[in-house]
Write a protein that binds this ligand. Structure first.
Ligand SMILES: Nc1ncnc2c1ncn2[C@@H]1O[C@H](COP(=O)(O)OP(=O)(O)O)[C@@H](O)[C@H]1O
Ligand SMILES: [Mg+2]
Length: 255
């Protein structure tokens, strides 16, 4: 069940600590309260699988506390910079998300300030949970082909996501569309390794690999490594096509 709090109610409740979780002092909280008000949210929702400081939240990572909020009549996601946090502001993540959006990757960016990032809410389970319940190879193929294409598009624009090894935590699935999330470690200054990292995460020795194995009995790790080695030498569409072909994902319709 979702309960909602007006901004004022949120600020008067113990959940206000989430504005600078876990160590924000009173001054920091007060500054962030002013910053939050400037975003013009309609209300905060208590919604999601975790409870933190008395509020149901969508998630908690190293960088952010992630809440559902209502903005301009639509449920959205508010990522709040943790205190302390590895980043000095959410501006870089906001910029990376916008770049990713330009190639139709990631949740839609809405607005940000130093300590808040507002984006579209992805209504769907984590990729691993979705894979576990799927019964059709066609749907699995479709999701994986889309993911690899998304990673390829990020490689093409020189944006390295930086956290795709942990694909279990960083892909959600809305109906049958995978959405890569969390651009907090993304960078334009490294050589992008999205396709290689993603495909390693999917097909080489992780929990996801065990889930996929029964659906991909023909896939052999050494062959995957060889395809990735070639792609790494020359990240071309030709090498992605060959990889997809090897995995049996070529010709999969995903639009
Ligand atoms: N746009 C979104 N829609 C739905 N849930 C999200 C969204 N963004 C993040 N989450 C949830 O919040 C969790 C933490 O977000 P994430 O961006 O990974 O934070 P961190 O940078 O701190 O790791 C995610 O694992 C996911 O469960
Ligand atoms: Mg994360």
């Amino acid at each position: 069940m979702t309960s909602v709090l007006s901004l004022e109610q949120f600020w008067q409740s113990p959940s206000r600590q989430l504005l600078a979780y876990p160590n924000g002092d009173e001054n920091t909280l007060t500054r962030r309260w002013a910053e939050l008000q400037a975003l013009d949210l309609e209300f905060i929702e208590s919604y999601g699988p975790k409870i933190l400081a008395g509020l149901n939240i969508l998630g908690l990572g190293y960088c952010g506390v992630v809440l559902r909020v209502r903005y301009q009549g639509i449920d959205r996601v508010l990522k709040i910079r943790r205190e302390p946090s590895p980043q000095v502001s959410l501006s870089v993540e906001a910029k990376m998300l916008q770049r990713a959006n330009a190639v139709s990757v990631g949740p839609g960016y809405v607005v940000h300030s130093d300590n808040f990032l507002l984006m579209d809410y992805i209504d769907g389970p984590m990729l691993v949970d979705r894979l576990q319940e799927l019964q059709s190879l066609e749907t699995i193929n479709r999701i994986l082909a889309q993911l690899i294409h998304q990673a390829y598009r990020l490689d093409q624009i020189g944006l390295d996501h930086g956290d795709l090894r942990c694909i279990t935590a960083h892909a959600l699935v809305h109906s049958q569309e995978p959405v890569l999330i969390d651009f907090s470690k993304a960078s334009l200054d490294r050589r992008p390794a999205n396709v290689t990292t993603l495909v390693q995460g999917l097909f080489i020795s992780t929990y996801v690999t065990n889930l996929l194995r029964p659906w991909f009995p023909h896939v052999n790790k050494l062959d995957v490594i060889e395809h990735l080695r070639r792609y790494k030498l020359q990240p071309s569409s030709n090498h992605v096509s060959r990889l997809l072909e090897y995995l049996g994902l070529n010709g999969v319709s995903y639009t």
